[in-house]
Design a protein around this ligand. Structure first.
Ligand code: NAD
Length: 360
């Protein structure tokens, strides 16, 4: 298979971790007979330095012309960087919003998987962790409360603020289809999270999700109220496979789910549009405090590359090979500093990439 991948290393540790992800992808290409053609573009602080803006139209167009985008992270030390002395739309992170909007990435997927080797970092009790958990949160990213009409006005001498939460059938259907498609590649179980006992938008959400379910007879659908879901995530995380939810609920629940895995350097993510196209990136930031020191954990980015193979290129076997290689390296006791525990072997960013690539 021939795939055109745009890489956006970005700032801070971004170039180091993207380099390791490409190293692993190159090994996959060699072993499985694929061709990955990379084109690198600038985004974030490095683009501000080169072009005066966090994302150029040309960089966005290059991304649009590709099959998938692999992103490191953007941004600098917020309290101590020339990039933040400017209007918000000229700061590094504005590049992120612009590319998500420009590529119409409405579906955000964040897996939360507990490696038994890292279970000590999980804040939950052992009896709750049980055999671990392996879920993905599918969050709608471009609608709902964060994009609705909002205003503040004075009513009878008292300030009053209003935010509106709007979803239409089309927006709900396209994210539901993504969730069911992904469930078909997993354990075929969708839990749709809403607040249908109160909100009209949630009642429409439920109705449309049930319509979509009819096209996926193999997938089991359950509904769960968002307040219950917040509790269930810390009481019985093992019950979840695919969690489908709207923008604000997903914002909160995906952070909760990632916290219970315990290690920020391990968390991958994907944002998809209507086609197979997606942007893949670690859930963490650019970690300027450790940039250039060979201390960054590249695993979140490497696992994001595995998601790219699975969701954009349908290369499930190859994605499995990356995930198995990561598992092996952890089982053999290799750790970057952020996940280091007693009795393990400390390795740097580049060596972690080498070890994973060797095991493909
Ligand atoms: P951060 O995720 O960059 O760092 C938080 C802490 O986790 C730091 O101590 C860091 O050293 C550590 N850390 C993060 N990733 C790691 C890794 N792979 N290996 C080892 N340790 C890791 O969050 P922050 O400090 O709040 O933000 C730093 C910059 O990143 C800011 O400019 C922020 O705006 C930006 N940011 C970018 C993105 C993105 O590009 N998607 C996301 C979040 C934050």
């Amino acid at each position: 298979m021939d795939c055109r991948i745009v890489t956006i290393p970005g700032d801070g540790i971004g170039p180091e971790i993207v380099r390791e992800a490409c190293k692993v992808l190159d090994k996959v290409a060699q072993v499985y007979g694929h061709f990955f053609h990379y084109k690198e573009v600038l985004m974030g602080g490095c683009s501000i330095d080169a072009f005066g803006v966090p994302l150029t139209e040309e960089a966005l167009e290059t991304a649009r012309q590709s099959d998938a985008v692999l992103l490191g992270a953007v941004g600098g030390d917020v309290g101590n960087s020339r990039w933040y002395d400017v209007a918000p739309n000229l700061r590094p992170e504005a590049g992120l919003l612009a590319i998500r909007k420009g590529l119409n990435l409405f579906a955000n997927i964040r897996p939360a998987y507990l490696y038994q080797e890292l279970a000590n970092a999980c804040p939950l009790k052992k009896e709750i962790i049980g055999n671990g958990f392996d879920m993905v949160i599918m969050r709608e990213l471009t609608g709902g409360l964060y994009f609705g009409e909002r205003y503040t006005k004075e009513v009878d001498g008292v300030l009053q603020a209003t935010d509106t939460l709007t979803y239409n059938e089309t927006e709900i259907r396209r994210i539901a289809v993504k969730a069911f498609d992904i469930a078909m590649k997993r354990r075929k179980h969708v839990i749709s999270v809403d607040k249908a006992n109160v909100l009209d938008s949630s009642r429409l959400w439920r109705k449309v999700v049930e319509e979509v379910e009819k096209n996926y007879p193999e997938v089991k659908l359950e509904h769960m109220l968002v307040d219950n879901c917040a509790m269930q995530l810390v009481m019985n995380p093992g019950q979840f496979d695919v969690v489908l939810t709207e923008n604000m609920f997903g914002d909160i629940l995906s952070d909760e789910a990632s916290m219970i895995t315990g290690s920020i350097g391990m968390l991958s993510s994907a944002s998809l549009n209507e086609s197979k196209f997606g942007m893949y990136e670690p859930s963490h930031g650019s970690a300027p405090d450790i940039a250039g020191k060979d201390l960054a954990n590249p695993i979140a980015t490497i696992l994001s590359a595995a998601m790219m193979l699975r969701y954009s290129f349908d290369l499930d076997k190859e994605a499995d090979a990356i995930e198995t290689a990561v598992q092996k390296v952890l089982t053999e006791g290799y750790r970057t500093t952020d996940i280091l525990s007693e009795g393990c072997t400390k390795v740097g960013t580049a060596q972690m990439g080498d070890l994973i690539a060797e095991r493909i």
